[in-house]
Design a protein around this ligand. Structure first.
Ligand SMILES: Cc1cc2nc3c(=O)[nH]c(=O)nc-3n(C[C@H](O)[C@H](O)[C@H](O)COP(=O)(O)OP(=O)(O)OC[C@H]3O[C@@H](n4cnc5c(N)ncnc54)[C@H](O)[C@@H]3O)c2cc1C
Length: 390
């Protein structure tokens, strides 16, 4: 089999790239997506917390999410296959970042960057917080930053499926197989070997393998400093209603948000307790010993909660700077990376899909310039300092 483009991995990122590549019917491209797991049970997308925010400290990350929100607001126009409504339950419930006194300078600095980028946000002092959220303990807080529009959460699996369905309608072939190796000749990849079909050929290959991206890159002797890091999401119910609850990121780093009649929460561990890991075992004691007391300190009503369920998923964690790696490797011109999203790849999928399709079709970015995320920095070690990593 021969294609113009083969995408390895059909999660939300790979499927978005496939959609954008084939959107323009005037220049038809033969695109295949190799996805081993059509249930999407083990990928990161369906296991994510579903959040989208504009409150980053890097302008490009902000612009990426702004495009994402616009895309989600008009999703039916983009992704409907038969004129009926596409519903990914996009809820613009907002993100609320809480800060103690020592965190205020960072909050204010981020605020300036975000305002310059046109983000719809407000700074709140402890009185504002207490008025807006009477259920919150603000005694140890010095302020917060609230997204007023464009931020919130969505059905991540639904977005993945909507991209996939539309891509298929536009002529993309999904191959339900595992890619097992790549063949490189000089500065080009010439083929991929699949578990059942054998070798498939293409002009361009895209690495969209999520937490397994480094494994795929290693097949052509490229060291991609992206590792699978396990993250837990715990779902709980609370007897007391917590009205108008945004996706709240506590000063401790613990986040929570409503999910239907329940809530979900989670937190990234310290670097020294964050091994590379691909299993799905859940650490329940971490909820009991750390998350629950932290939640109850912030929201006293969370003293009386019941954990309903929990799951684990994997960040494709960029060891250098926890930001995406986008574009070709300097020495392998037709092997394109769309990796290392480190916990914000769901919201970045629409803009990244568009950007990678531009890179492939026109040889450069046409709309959002995302060259700052190029592979070169992984070699030079020139990190992008994104401060707001959740
Ligand atoms: C607990 C948790 C919470 C998160 N919360 C958020 C959030 O709130 N907001 C946000 O924006 N992001 C969040 N993320 C991150 C987000 O889920 C990811 O960045 C995003 O889903 C990445 O999409 P992807 O398509 O790159 O990866 P994936 O969804 O993992 O897709 C990669 C696909 O590649 C396939 N694949 C891999 N290797 C092969 C192979 N050799 N052959 C064939 N197929 C292969 C896999 O089966 C998989 O389906 C969270 C992640 C986790 C784990």
């Amino acid at each position: 089999m021969t294609f113009d483009i083969v995408i390895l991995g059909g999660g939300v990122v790979g499927s978005s790239i496939a959609y954008f590549l084939t959107k323009d019917a005037s220049a038809p491209l033969k695109v295949a997506v190799v996805e081993k797991d059509s249930t999407y049970q083990s990928g990161s997308t369906a296991r994510s917390a579903g959040g989208i925010r504009h409150q980053f400290s890097t302008p490009e990350n902000i612009r990426i999410s702004q495009f994402g929100s616009d895309f989600l607001r008009n999703i039916t126009e983009h992704l409907s296959t038969d004129g009926t409504k596409v519903d990914v339950s996009f809820d613009e419930g907002g993100y609320l970042f809480l800060a103690e006194e020592h965190q205020i300078p960072i909050l204010y600095n981020n605020h300036m960057v975000q305002k310059r980028e046109g983000v719809d946000i407000a700074l709140l002092d402890p009185d504002d917080l207490a008025r807006a959220y009477p259920w919150m303990n603000v005694s140890d807080l010095a302020g917060g930053s609230l997204g007023l529009s464009g931020e919130g959460w969505l059905d991540a699996y639904g977005l993945n499926q909507a991209f996939r369905k539309k891509a298929v309608q536009q002529g993309v072939t999904y191959l339900k197989e595992e890619a097992v190796s790549l063949k490189r000749e000089g500065n080009k990849v010439v083929s991929a070997r699949l578990s059942e079909s054998g070798e498939i050929f293409a002009d361009t290959f895209v690495n969209a393998a999520g937490a397994r991206a480094a494994e795929v890159a290693s097949w052509i002797d490229i060291d991609l400093a992206v590792r699978p890091k396990k993250r837990f999401v715990y779902s709980f119910s609370c007897r007391t209603e917590i009205p108008k609850c945004p996706l709240t990121v506590d000063s401790t780093g613990v986040y929570f948000r409503p999910e239907g009649a329940q809530y979900i929460c989670g937190c990234s561990p310290d670097a020294e307790n964050d091994p590379d890991c691909l299993d799905f075992d859940v650490d329940y004691s971490w909820f009991e010993e750390f998350l629950w007391p932290t939640l109850a300190n912030r929201v006293p009503a969370f003293e009386a909660i019941k954990m309903e369920s929990a799951w684990a998923g994997h960040y494709a964690y960029n060891l250098l700077d926890q930001n995406a790696v986008l574009g070709a490797h300097p020495e392998v011109s037709n092997f394109i990376f769309a990796n290392g999203f480190s916990g914000h790849g769901l919201q970045q999928a629409p803009a990244v899909g568009r950007a990678i399709s531009e890179l492939i079709r026109f040889g450069k970015y046409q709309t959002l310039d995302l060259s700052v995320f190029g592979f070169d920095r992984m070699l030079t070690g020139k990190a992008i300092k994104e401060i707001n990593v959740v």
